[in-house]
Write a protein that binds this ligand. Structure first.
Ligand SMILES: Cc1ncc(COP(=O)(O)O)c(C=O)c1O
Length: 436
């Protein structure tokens, strides 16, 4: 099979298994939980309360089975073999690309979606290829103070190497990005790279406004959708994103797969990222030429089983409905913030926007609990089977803005409900007794 021509195989049937959760108007978490084997595992005679989906989500049986079925019945390397299972594997892999693009509204998923290892690699890909080809000394890249390290360090590396100037959109007192000086901050910017939702604060960025300013000043727009795509409907066309990244393991999919969306014309122009097999058209002793997009950016054997697992995860999310997931998480977040504040009053400081009807907020609740170190809090919570994250959450610049070294963070997904929040509150009461 010609390495440049897979689009035709990608449109055939969709082999990913369908979710069994029969969801109605609202999310039935009892039904959803049945699809997630890990949520009924026994830990010291009781189930676990998993409140760390912002770090990595759990996986439904449909994803686990899709990957297992692939290895049991269809595994072969993709894009190479002419035998039946190799063609089937290629079709499954390319179908996953279409699904990954469909999820975020890409106009041409077969050309505009590049599979990477995670969103960190997706952002690095842009910095290494587009960044090195298009940015030079004095050019401005505008980031924000609340980014994950994945959207800081690649640009800091470029700043060191090329003398690119980095500027930062600050956070305001409500824990949202302060866009009041955006036009001035963006002057001379060649790229604006921001997160769509904060993994620490739960604040959701007004990407449309940033996109308008990017167009006004002629800057490209990169969006880190790691915490947004799993929880909200995303449309890269309506925000006119040039680059958009997300990561499979946070949206019910496996680890080891990330997604970079980039406009076709940008991918065409960009130099390749990694070199090796799969990404070439020809190799001679004195040089090489690259193959077509998107394979030009996928050197070596790609994450085939992971792409198939990702496809099953996307099907699952679409079947449940991202609008329902967003509404469910929003009401759970309102409940959690209200209950935590009622129970612990001054002992708890929550770092994130107040839930309000007028502004969306993600299901991430970061907090300081009395003066107890977040690692101690998380360790005691674990004794009550409550899984939360403690640390700087790969957002050290933001920790400095918050004047704390670390926070404790509970984060929600479609399988969480008030029982999980109540377990958190009960376990925090024990923390208080122990350290109080
Ligand atoms: C906002 C944000 N960006 C990027 C990442 C990095 O994700 P990955 O480790 O899958 O590359 C994370 C992970 O926590 C995140 O929350």
């Amino acid at each position: 099979m010609d390495n440049n021509n897979y689009a035709h195989v990608a449109v055939k049937g969709n082999e990913a298994p369908k979710p069994t959760a029969n969801v109605g108007e609202h999310i039935d978490t009892d039904k959803i939980k049945e699809d997630f084997p890990i949520l009924s595992r026994d830990q010291n005679g009781e189930r676990i309360y998993y409140l760390d989906s912002a770090s990595s989500s759990q996986k439904p049986i449909q994803v686990i089975q899709a990957m297992g079925n692939y290895y049991a019945s269809t595994h072969a390397n993709v894009h190479r073999g002419v035998y039946t299972i190799a063609e089937e594997a290629t079709r499954l892999y390319e179908n996953a690309r279409i699904a990954a693009g469909r999820l975020i509204g890409a106009a041409h998923p077969e050309r505009e979606i590049v599979f990477t290892k995670n969103v960190t690699e997706a952002i690095n890909l842009v910095a290494y290829t587009w960044g090195r080809a298009n940015l030079s000394r004095g050019d401005v890249v505008l980031l924000s103070e609340i980014e994950h390290h994945a959207n800081f360090v690649p640009w800091l590396m470029l700043a060191e190497e090329k003398g690119v100037e980095l500027r930062y959109i600050p956070m305001d007192k409500t824990y949202n990005l302060d866009l009041s000086n955006l036009v001035q901050l963006s002057a001379g910017a060649k790229l604006i790279a921001v997160t769509a939702a904060s993994n620490v604060l739960g604040s959701i960025t007004d990407i449309s406004k940033i996109s308008d300013v990017a167009k006004q000043v002629g800057a490209r727009l990169l969006v880190d959708g790691a915490q947004f795509v799993p929880h909200r409907l995303t449309d890269v066309k309506s925000i006119d994103a040039d680059f958009y990244g997300y990561t499979g393991h946070k949206l019910l999919g496996p680890t080891g797969i990330g997604i970079l969306y980039a406009k076709q014309e940008l991918l065409e122009e960009m130099p390749p990222f990694l070199g090796g097999g799969e990404m070439i058209a020809d190799v001679r002793l004195d040089g090489f030429s690259t193959t077509d997009i998107p394979w030009k950016f996928e050197a070596g054997t790609p994450p085939i089983a992971e792409a198939i697992g990702l496809h099953a995860a996307i099907d699952y999310l679409e079947q449940v409905g991202l609008d329902k997931i967003a509404a469910h998480e929003k009401s759970l977040t309102v409940y959690a913030i209200g209950a935590l504040t009622d129970h612990f009053g001054k002992d708890i400081t929550i770092f994130g926007p107040e839930p309000s009807d007028s502004k969306d907020r993600a299901g991430v609740v970061s907090f300081k609990f009395a003066d107890i170190h977040p690692h101690d809090v998380a360790q005691v919570l674990n004794e009550y089977n409550v899984c939360v994250r403690a640390g700087h959450h790969c957002a050290k610049p933001l920790m400095r803005c918050l004047h704390v070294p670390a926070t404790t963070r509970a984060s929600f997904y479609l399988y969480n409900d008030e029982e999980d929040v109540n377990a958190l509150i009960h376990a925090l009461e024990q923390v208080k007794k122990m350290f109080g």
